[in-house]
Each structure stands twice: as C-alpha cells, then as structure tokens.
Design a protein around this ligand. Sequence first.
Ligand code: NAD
Length: 480
Amino acid sequence: MKAIMKSEKIKTITTHYIDGAFVESHGREVMDVIKPTNGQLIGRVMLGDEEDTRRAIAAAKRAFASFGRTTKDERSRYLRQLHMAVSARIDELTAVMIEEYGGVARFARLIVESGVNAFAAAESALQELPLTQSWGKTTVTLEPVGVAGLITAWNANALFICLKLASAVAAGCTVVIKPSEMSPLQTRVMVEALNAAELPKGVFNVVTGLGTVVGAELVRNPDVAKISFTGSVAVGEAIMRDAATTMKRVTLELGGKSPTILLDDAALDKAIPVALSLAFLNSGQACAAGTRLLVPRSGLDEVKRAILDEMRAFRVGDPTDPNIMVGPMVSQKQYERIESYIRKGIEEGAEVLVGGEGHPEGLEAGYFVKPTVFVNVKNEMTIAQEEIFGPVLSVITYESEDEAIRIANDSKYGLHSAVLGTDIQRARRVASHLQAGRVVINNMTDDPQAPWGGFKYSGVGREYGKYGIEAFLEPKAILE
Ligand code: NAD
C-alpha cells in the first residue's frame, strides 16, 4: 500500500449543527479523511465531544416542547420542505459519497435518491397512519416518544440520515444525529441541504464524532428517549445493554449473511446476474448483500460456468466510472479484514473459483480487493457464517428444497434473502419459510412502505413506512 499522500484540496470541517446553526466544535480531536481509491488525504474533521453532544441534546429537548405538539399537516409540510431541500443537492451528495468512501456511481446515486424519497414516503405513510382512534369510552393517541439519537453506519450514511430523520419528524420527535465518523464530507453536504429546509431550530442537530464518545453520550443521556441505530452487531449489543439503564426505546439495524436460493427451475442467464448483483451490492459493503448462494448440487457445474461468464461484467476500478461494478473497500482496515477472510476461506478448504488474495492488477494504490467467489463451501465454515462486508460470495450446494431452506436459516442473521426460480408459487412457498425481515423474489426490488429490519442478530424493530414512524411513537390511552 502506498504511503498516504497529501492532495491539493483538503476540506476541513470544524463545526457541528446545533440549534439551527453551524457552531464550532468544543471537541478538538482531529481525524483525517482518506480517499479509498488512492490513499490520498482529502479532508480533516474536528470530532465532537460529550459537551457538543450535551448541547445538541439540550437544543433538541427545548425544541421538543413545541415540535412534539405539531399536527399531522404541519409535520407533512416539514417533510415536503426536507424533500425539496435534499432533492436540490442529489448530484453533489452522490459525488461526495463516491469520493469519500468509494461507493460505485450507480449505487451511490441510488442511495442518495432513496434518501430523498424517504421524506416523500414518510409523508404519505403519515397521512395513512391514524394518530388518534376512539371507541366507547376510550381514546388512543400515538405520541412522539421524545428526543431521539440517530446513529448511522458509513456505507449508506446519506440514506440513513434521511430515513431516520423522516420517520422521527413524521412522529413529532426532535433528534440528535451522530453520523458515521467515516462520512464527514458527505454529512457536511447533507447538513447544508437539511439546513435549507428551514425547520424550527433544534428539531434536528448533528454532531460528528466517535461512537465511543458522541454515540455513547447519546445512549447514556437521560434526556434521550430513543436510539435508532444502524451498524454492527457488536455495537448494537452494547447500545441495547447501555440504553437499558435509562429505559430507552431502541431500533437496531444490524448485519447480515443473506442467502440467495437458486431453485432448480431458475433460468441461469437471468438468475446468475441477479445473484451476483446481490452479492456484490455496494462492492459487497451492504448489510443486505446476498453473500451465500445456495445452488442445487446437480446443477453446480452449469452454475460455475455461468458465474465465470458473468464475472467478466463485474469490473473493479474507479468508482466514478459508470461501468465499474466494484469499487475499493472503505479503508485500509476493511481491506485487511476482507483479505483475512479470503485467506480463512482457503485455509478451511473452500476453493477459489474467481478472485482470491491481493490487489487486482493495476489497482495497487487504493483499498481494492478482488471480487471473489468460493465454491466447495460448507455452511459451517467461517466465510459462510460471519459477515465479511466485502465482495466475497460463498457457493453452497443443497440436495432438496427442504435442505436449501434449512441451510438458508442456519445463520445467526436474518436480515434479507432472495429466491430465484421460474415457478412463482414455488418461490413464494420457499420465501414463506425463510427467517428474514425481507425476502425478494427474482430480483432486488424496493418498496418504501415495506418494513426493513432483521430477525435474530440482524436487529430489533423496523424502519420505513408506517413501521418506521411507529418506532418513534408511544401509544397513550385516555379512558373517560
Ligand atoms: P459500526 O457498528 O462500527 O458503527 C456504526 C455507528 O455506531 C457509527 O456511527 C459509530 O461511530 C457508532 N458507534 C460505535 N461505537 C459506539 C458506541 N459504543 N455507542 C454508540 N455508537 C457507537 O458499523 P459500521 O462499520 O459503520 O457499519 C457496518 C455495519 O453496519 C455492518 O455490520 C452492516 O451490516 C451494518 N449495517 C446494517 C444495516 C441495516 O439496515 N441492517 C445497514 C447498513 C449497515
């Protein structure tokens, strides 16, 4: 790996967004932002501390006194303002996302657009959600839970900020956002966009900093009623444990090891491109990535040939190039993590069909790895059980439909899964047996009103649509 070089244009960020204004950081620790495609220094960010966090929480608490009492129509108007304001910055947000973490162009744009759509989707979900219902002597109202701490992962930071903020605003909650510290440049553009929406001051506040400092203060602070978190299982466990002390409500969106079941009636020319797109989604750095491909044993040779053919389309390289499907890993640490899993796969007896260890040729400067497909994988192997968070696919064979379902469910995770097959009734039947918060049939598709979230270690609670808004609401019954 080349030494970190200095670039000409280094962006420096020294402010947080508190009480409707950009304010200088109280925390003085500085973190470098490194461009993953070439290891260049592209930015510096001053990290917030506990004091910055407490100021942001206090602002959110003050704002909640009136924002918590807003009507559906008022919240809908704020959601429309947010939608317009962020829409105006789609190109810039996409560009900075590609630069900062190396997300490939096609994925980065999709992520930003999904973030923008989250405001419109939350508005329509809010219109459909009855906030007051009465029967007999009873009236039930859904009240905002209070100040919420929103903590995001780096891999789709812009989307997570929009999605969590949209649900919170729809519910009437005020928030402190703790974006991933690995996304300060995109966060800055996002906060400028959100600022242009002209929400009442204090409704949203943003403090960039370390999870163990800013995040931990949000989790511990008694004035925060709710944590909505997207990130790893290890941190999710710590949040659940620590949040219990102040009886916070928690939504945890965690990792995955998603299966894609290829049924024996699937048309390989359609199914294999879908399976590989699912596996290498966001260069494999996606919670929903379909990293276990379950194939009928009798069709393995044909599947291997189809994979080898299709892998030519999965070009690695400059993420600004629209033809590139796999960009660099986000950091040197992630690069090393992926390499260690590829080594582990080989040591445990899996066979490399494509890819393997080391940088792809000509891409030695950045954090690029080779998109790798393993065959001869047993589901109990480390590479089939642990979330790698990189472009590494494990092909596992099965003998029968029942065995495919058993292998798919034999995982601590249960976030996402896919079924690929021609007989749609059969595909639906298989889908009904899968332990996952979401199952897609025959392609990766989305519906912003459908719930998103995990079974088992993939998390607690749901986001999107009415499910996402309800996570920020508390039912209250008044009986006369
Ligand atoms: P991470 O857990 O390292 O960090 C996530 C966030 O938590 C960051 O903002 C970090 O600063 C903060 N944090 C760290 N320690 C904390 C603490 N003690 N208290 C409070 N906050 C703390 O995860 P990451 O590397 O940013 O993201 C990758 C992980 O996120 C993967 O496991 C991936 O599957 C998961 N993810 C899940 C979803 C989903 O929707 N289920 C979506 C994207 C990513």
